[in-house]
Design a protein around this ligand. Structure first.
Ligand code: ZN
Ligand code: ZN
Length: 446
């Protein structure tokens, strides 16, 4: 009998090795010889072939096993499903296949009572995280549980996926979760130090990128954990100096994404990406000022970034924003059709962090005509012929006329002067601004 057992064990071992190494033919042959192998599990961890295929990204074998109507939610010793292992190891193809096969995204393991969403966030696989969230939106989970509740799902110690992503320095996952409604100021129960917010955990992990994302979504720098510490003290304790500088409550407040505004929540992908980048750029600029002169000054922005900026200013000479005279008009206000740059749009929409006592925001209006903003879209790029116009054409009657009709109405001057005064992007007098400012003087006069 002992011999029989060991023979079976050897056979199983060969089978699991074949699954692990992705040897589809060998796996098929072995299954033909002994179909029961498909329900066998490893001796200690009780991993099934489906677990091993998922963890190792063996999509062909995984598909073949699923076709043989194996339960996609089979669990191992720790009640982990194959879906959790795919999320843990970032095996996106297997993860999608499992979801298509009906795997349940709302299963909890027995280690920390975590879901596949926790796994994806903890290990920083943003593609898997996104796929699970998409599945949640279109599945029974959204109906029976509520999507927002799923995004903020807690593990056994009260950690939501956002807490784990912040602690593990996963800025991309932090961003995706926030964008999907993760609560930026939620405290943990027992995870980390009790009462920690995602910002406390990011301070502990020491990730500037995570801190930047959290602050841009309105994370509170003076919220305390259960032992009374603000994130600044946590960063200091763990010797993350640059993080501490940004978290210091006396440092300048960063711009916060104006999510309560209706037309901001309804932005299309393109316009949203543009405004988000402008917000991040503005906040990085603030960071540089905060860190200037400290031991933690940041490396200057990458060359690709500054190169892109240069290109924009070159092209901008025909379409310079009439508020800052610095950037290109990239955003169009609808329905009136007035245009301005992404930075000025943000300055218009982003007050500093919304005051909880005045949660109701007065939505901003178009700075040019004072009509209400129905939506913001990306301004249409002029066709290539126009884009090639050289600087000499700026003052041409055609351009002047176009600008005049598009951006100026009888009452514009007071409103946009007021706005540029409060614009945090200040710094008037970029390339070409003198010229255009002079032109505007002319236009302004009655
Ligand atoms: Zn502007
Ligand atoms: Zn307007």
């Amino acid at each position: 009998m002992g011999q029989g057992l060991s023979c079976a064990a050897t056979q199983e071992h060969g089978f699991f090795s074949a699954v692990q190494s992705g040897d589809l033919d060998a796996v098929k042959t072995m299954l033909e010889r002994d179909p029961s192998l498909i329900h066998q599990t490893t001796a200690y961890d009780r991993q099934s072939a489906l677990h091993i295929a998922a963890a190792n990204g063996r999509i062909e074998i995984l598909s073949m096993i699923l076709e043989r109507s194996v339960d996609p939610d089979v669990v191992n010793r720790h009640k982990q499903t194959p879906l959790m292992l795919a999320a843990m190891h970032g095996k996106i193809a297997c993860l999608i296949k499992l979801i298509e096969a009906g795997a349940n995204i709302l299963k909890f393991d027995s280690l920390h009572e975590r879901t596949c969403l926790h796994y994806a966030a903890y290990y920083g696989h943003s593609d898997c995280l996104q796929a699970v969230l998409s599945a949640a939106q279109s599945s029974h989970v959204a109906v029976s549980w509520g999507y927002a509740r799923f995004v903020n799902i807690r593990d056994g110690r009260g950690a939501a996926p956002l807490h784990l992503a912040a602690r593990q320095r996963r800025p991309q996952c932090v961003r995706i979760l926030l964008d999907n409604g993760a609560l930026v100021c939620a405290s943990t129960g027992g995870y980390g130090c009790p009462g920690s917010t995602p910002l406390h955990l990011a301070a502990r992990g020491g990730s500037l990128d995570c801190i930047r994302e959290l602050l841009a979504w309105g994370a509170d720098r003076i919220q305390r954990d259960a032992s009374g510490r603000i994130p600044y003290l946590v960063a200091l304790k763990h010797k993350h100096g640059a993080c501490a500088a940004l978290l210091n409550p006396s440092a300048t407040e960063p711009l916060v994404w104006p999510s309560p505004l209706k037309f901001i929540s309804e932005l299309n992908q393109e316009a949203k990406a543009l405004l988000e980048r402008a917000l991040m750029d503005a906040n990085k600029e603030r960071e540089k000022n905060i860190l200037k002169g400290t031991a933690y000054s940041l490396p200057s922005p990458s060359h690709s970034d500054s190169g892109a900026d240069d290109n924009i200013s070159e092209a901008s000479d025909t379409e310079v924003c009439c508020i800052c005279f610095e950037q290109v008009c990239t955003i169009e206000v609808q329905d009136c059709g007035h245009q301005m740059c992404a930075q000025c749009t943000l300055a218009l929409c982003c007050h500093n962090k919304p005051n909880p006592t005045t949660a109701c925001l007065n939505p901003p209006v178009c700075p040019f005509c004072r009509s209400s903003i129905v939506r913001l879209v990306v301004a249409k790029v002029k066709d290539s012929e126009d884009a090639d116009l050289d600087i000499g054409d700026i003052g041409s009657p055609k351009m002047r006329k176009a600008r005049k009709s598009r951006n100026f109405s009888s009452e514009e001057s007071s409103s946009f002067k007021g706005l540029s005064g409060m614009s945090p992007f200040g710094k008037m007098g970029g390339r070409g601004s003198g010229r255009i400012a002079a032109e505007n003087e002319r236009v302004d006069k009655p």
